[in-house]
Design a protein around this ligand. Structure first.
Ligand SMILES: *Cc1c(COP(=O)(O)O)cnc(C)c1O
Length: 438
């Protein structure tokens, strides 16, 4: 049986899994899904999940729904729409390992998803829940990967996607995807928080299901990123899992997944989580670095004007911080922050490995470099870093970096340490040969 449970320690109120709520109606706390343990043993589950990789059934081909016993919130799979999300590779990267101060480094590249980010892992679940509840419209407030992903999944499911965009805050690459996938896109003259409040009222009135970051079913889908990673490693647990932190939904999802996999006997220990934020949008870093005594009662202090070129983690008031704080402490994890220059250089190094990613994803390698330098992570430890988005999400950033014209949000020039300028040559084979030999 599946239920929604309030995450707040003092409340823990329970609700039917089909209740349309986004926060606890009693205390306003975050909600999470809770299940009874599956009937199958850990050994059985591992066998079934492995066998499904050879199946031609859409449900089995999904890197999310293949692990459906681990996210059993539905009572029927008729409402599942899959674009074959997940199924993302583990990629070894020698140059990046060296740059990050490690003997070895493996990237779990979520940019290989259908719309190019890990949001797809969650969105297939959020969309299934919307269909199960009989909704005909879904909405989110976002200009980023969430809207690109929601638009695709909603349209594939025959739902109408509605995207609300804060005024003057458009990211064209990702917005282009949302338009192409057929989302109704509304630009509102207000900031993110104001629009969210408005949309919540509208949602109830118009029967719109909200697929914003706190939606607990999206978190369930994102859990399978960790399940798939461990399945691909034949259940060898790494020492560290490194990921960027924005709204902290993914941190919450990874922590919950690892905890639950340990409870089910799928793994025998927890990897430590290392969450990396951008310096200009690092409220979670500040929270985690309070003295131990103060931290237990601490409340996150929002950053009013978050600034970073890594727009996917440009979040001043991350909604999922209570869950993320619990998961980081529970895994004996750490939180680090990195500069714009560090993100840009790390991203170029990942590119040189033939891998590539969007700026937010590169915070992982930049953070690793700092954490190994500080001795927090040893060179010989087993590390998996999660690249969250595709390299083509933000081509403008790339071109500017390589041509030496990339600027931080406050106007400082970013050095193109690993720059790769295009060269203009005359139409002359001797001249071109000379350039190539030099
Ligand atoms: C959404 C997103 C993040 C941030 O994840 P949170 O769950 O909000 O912490 C990081 N990178 C990319 C590419 C994203 O799309």
């Amino acid at each position: 049986m599946a239920e929604l449970v309030c995450f707040s320690e003092n409340c823990r109120a329970r609700f039917p899994i089909t209740e349309v709520i986004y926060n606890c109606p009693h205390c306003g706390g975050l909600l999470e899904t809770m299940y009874e343990a599956p009937e199958q043993s850990a050994l059985m589950l591992k066998r079934v999940w492995r066998e499904r990789r050879a199946s031609n059934m859409p449900l089995d081909q999904s890197g999310v729904w293949r692990y459906r016993e681990f996210i059993p919130f539905l009572n029927s799979y008729n409402c599942v729409v899959t674009l074959r999300e997940g199924n993302t590779p583990l990629l070894e990267a020698r140059q990046a390992a060296q740059y990050g101060g490690l003997d070895q480094l493996v990237f779990k590249h979520q940019g290989y998803n259908p719309t190019g980010s890990f949001k797809d892992n969650g969105m297939t679940c959020g969309t299934a829940q919307a269909l199960r509840l009989g909704m005909s419209r879904v909405a989110c407030v976002s200009t980023g990967n969430t809207s690109a992903s929601m638009a695709a999944y909603a349209s594939a499911a025959g739902l109408q996607p509605i995207i609300f965009i804060p005024h003057g805050n458009i990211s064209y690459g990702k917005l282009a995807q949302a338009l192409e996938y057929g989302a109704r896109t509304l630009q509102v003259e207000a900031n993110f928080d104001q629009i969210l409040a408005l949309v919540r009222q509208l949602a109830e009135k118009l029967g719109i299901y909200l697929l914003n970051s706190i939606n607990p079913f999206r978190i369930e889908g994102q859990k399978t990123i960790m399940t798939e990673m461990l399945d691909q490693r034949d259940w060898r647990v790494p020492d560290w899992v490194v990921l960027p932190g924005g709204n902290l939904g993914n941190t919450s999802a990874f922590g919950k997944a690892l905890r639950e996999m340990k409870e089910l006997g799928l793994i025998d220990r927890l990897p430590r989580l290392a969450v990396i934020q951008a310096e200009g949008a690092a409220p979670f870093y500040e929270l985690a670095h309070q003295p131990a005594k103060a931290r237990r009662k601490a409340v996150l202090k929002a950053v009013e004007h978050p600034e970073t070129l890594a727009t996917a983690i440009k979040i001043g008031d991350p909604v999922s911080w209570p869950k993320a704080l619990f998961e980081v402490s529970n895994s004996e994890g750490v939180v680090e922050r990195v500069s714009e220059q560090e993100i840009a250089d790390a991203k170029a190094v990942i590119g040189r490995c033939g891998i590539g990613c969007e700026p937010a994803s590169a915070a992982t390698l930049a953070g690793l470099r700092k954490l190994t330098a500080a001795g927090t992570i040893r060179a010989d430890e087993d590390v998996v870093a999660v690249l969250t988005g595709h390299v083509l999400k933000d081509p403008d950033f790339i071109y500017k970096y390589h041509t030496g014209s990339l600027q931080t949000p406050d106007g400082a020039l970013i050095r193109s340490t690993f720059g790769n300028q295009p060269v203009v040559v005359p139409y002359d084979s001797d001249e071109i040969a000379k350039v190539l030999e030099s």
